[in-house]
Ligand binder design. Structure first.
Ligand code: GLC
Length: 465
């Protein structure tokens, strides 16, 4: 009877543990405490702008529906989810696939067409450097499990055994580092089509996922480790705290590596390194009214998808002006901006994406001082105004106008009279009148002739903080 009772109690506690989400989520806070206490390395906070690359077998069909075709939400537009959309019978994907390739053509059959014959890593890296980005994050392996490096844990399903027969990840890494940028890897914890993932998550984690993550880190020494696909399981099931203890304690990048918050279904906006948002939607509540103290990063594509989507046309792409404004807004709120490019299966970065990056780069050449190394300004809320953003660095304040600046502009709560003020990228001095914590700026008119850039203009106010 006693035995029966204790069995029953054990049964109940196991049931409660798994049935009540809150309980299970709070099960291992201690494991996270030490990990969360490690500060995000400063280089990441200063870098502000990075390039995301989604590239893999999904770049062959390179297709996703558009909002105007009835895609239900932004996820349904993602071309990198192609395989899973077919398997789960999404009518938009299934129709496109059977009309274009026929029902008998399976996703793995695309692998041999992922040839990357025009891929020139050196040229990619130059494009990234010229964009003003300070780091790059490449999909080492997306949800389809296909590895861009010769991973011993994905035999026959990696870029070295199929298609390009090259170590794409290794080549990009070398080229990006040679341009002086930091290199990081996105890594999907889940593999939708791996039977082990579906049937025996414990074995998947122990014999596939964790050893593969270590292989990636030991062989290529990333400066960012960017997991994703964490939503099916708790971080304890994925053994994320264990991996992080190794990453921070023993790995070759233990002192420098930066990680995000996607480590288990309970971790976003709570644990790990910087918090992540996506298309301003996913988990944006964590950073909404920003000025949050915790480091964060917004990622998005230039169009509606991360992987290249042939279905998109000009109207689906954000303009350079929109992208510069996004960058300014994120940075003013204390975030980084990770802008994605989706290269083609033959290894090119689509020209329109190159053009957007070049425009951002031109803008940053003039205004980088108002972006890199800055922090949000404490007086931003008090001085909130339409199309005006603030950043601060040392004793200097930057006022960034995303519309042509007005003739005069007043700032409250300024600590001291500035030593000077000017429009970045010019020698145009801005008049300053200071009394009782109020600074009045007199801004000379910007014209086609004297404007240093397009899209947004920054005034640097030196020594007022
Ligand atoms: C998501 C998507 C994915 C994309 C990523 C970028 O989780 O599943 O396709 O890689 O977010 O943030």
């Amino acid at each position: 009877m006693k035995l029966l009772l204790s069995r029953l109690l054990l049964g109940i506690s196991v049931f409660v543990c798994f049935a009540l989400p809150g309980f299970a989520e709070e099960k291992h806070p201690a494991e996270w405490e030490a990990i969360d206490a490690r500060p995000v390395p400063q280089w990441f906070l200063d870098a502000k702008f990075g390039i995301f690359i989604h590239w893999g077998v999904y770049s062959v069909p390179a297709w996703g529906p558009l909002p105007k075709d009835g895609a239900a939400n932004i996820y349904e537009c993602y071309s990198e989810h192609y395989w899973n959309r077919l398997e789960s019978g999404n009518p938009l994907f299934v129709r496109h696939h059977s009309e274009t390739y026929g029902e008998n053509f399976k996703y793995p059959d695309f692998a041999e067409s992922f040839k990357c014959e025009m891929f020139k890593p050196g040229e990619w890296a130059k494009i990234f450097r010229e964009s003003g980005a300070k780091y790059v994050v490449l999909t080492s392996k997306h949800h389809d499990g296909y590895a861009l490096w010769p991973s011993e844990f994905s035999p026959g399903w990696n870029a070295s055994d199929t298609g390009p027969r090259r170590d794409l990840l290794g080549e990009i890494t070398k080229a990006v580092k040679a341009e002086g940028l930091k290199m990081g890897y996105y890594y999907s914890l889940l593999e939708w089509n791996n039977p082990l993932y579906r049937e025996d998550i414990g074995r998947y984690v122990d014999t596939h996922m964790l050893p593969q993550m270590r292989e990636l880190v030991e062989k290529y020494e990333p400066e960012i480790f960017w997991p994703d696909g964490e939503w099916d399981h708790l971080s304890s099931t994925l053994k994320s705290p264990e991996f992080l203890a190794w990453l921070y304690g023993e790995s070759p990048v233990k002192d420098t590596v930066v990680v995000n918050d996607r480590w288990g279904k309970e971790t976003r906006g709570k644990h790990g390194g910087f918090y992540t948002t996506e298309y301003d939607l996913v988990h944006s509540d964590n950073v909404k009214d920003s000025q949050i103290a915790h480091p964060w990063e917004e990622c998005r594509g230039i169009g509606h998808s991360f992987g290249y989507n042939k279905n998109e046309s000009l109207e689906d792409y954000s303009t350079s002006e929109e992208l510069v404004h996004m960058l300014v807004e994120k940075v003013a709120k204390g975030g980084n901006f990770l802008l994605n490019v989706g290269p083609t299966a033959d290894g090119r970065i689509p020209v329109i994406m190159q053009q957007r990056l070049a425009d951002i780069g031109k803008w940053l050449k003039v205004n980088g001082d108002a972006i890199y190394g800055t922090r949000p300004w404490g007086g931003a809320r008090e001085n909130a105004a339409d199309s005006v953003y603030y950043t601060a660095k040392g004793g200097d304040l930057y006022v960034i106008f995303t519309k042509i600046p007005p003739e005069s502009f007043e700032l409250k709560g300024i600590e001291q009279a500035p030593s000077s003020a000017s429009i970045l990228g010019t020698d145009i001095a801005v008049g300053c009148e200071y009394s009782d914590d109020v600074l009045k700026l007199e801004i000379p008119a910007l014209t086609l002739e004297n404007s240093p850039c397009d899209y947004a203009w920054a005034i640097k106010i030196s020594g007022c903080l």
